[in-house]
Design a protein around this ligand. Sequence first.
Ligand SMILES: Nc1ncnc2c1ncn2[C@@H]1O[C@H](COP(=O)(O)OP(=O)(O)O)[C@@H](O)[C@H]1O
Ligand SMILES: [Mg+2]
Length: 148
Amino acid sequence: MPYRNVVVGTDGSESAEGAVRHAAELARAFGARLTVVTAFQKHPEETAKLQAVAPEDIRWMLTDAVSAEEKANRGRALAKALGLTDVKVRVGDGDPAEQLIEAAEDTGADLIVVGSKGMTGAKRFLLGSVPNRVSHHAPCDVIIVHTV
Ligand SMILES: Nc1ncnc2c1ncn2[C@@H]1O[C@H](COP(=O)(O)OP(=O)(O)O)[C@@H](O)[C@H]1O
Ligand SMILES: [Mg+2]
């Protein structure tokens, strides 16, 4: 059964962008639509406060609505560069796994694509919590791209 409607999650990390490229290639092969999703933290004032005191090199980890939009847009640009025309972006506040599942439900997705790691993944050899949670609660197929 071919996929018609794909949702992919990115936190802007190189690893997640590997998942975006994988999703884009799949969507192109199946002639499917793609939605790039980035979740951000629920409390903008707290994120702003943390950003003010966080060391510069980890500030990018604190995702507010604006940087979420940028990350999702970068994912869309990657997908478009791979020849995909029908690419939407969606940002939402809250838990990334919940946002991905909600996006899949709302768009009638038949596939969710995530990376095995995210922004903190380079230091660990573990499956990220997002793919773990998505795999347990997804309303459709899930591909966990083995990103490095
Ligand atoms: N904020 C987010 N919005 C959308 N998708 C995300 C977000 N964070 C992580 N993901 C997805 O989950 C994958 C694994 O990330 P994550 O579980 O956060 O691992 P880590 O614990 O290493 O950061 C990413 O490659 C990406 O596909
Ligand atoms: Mg993470």
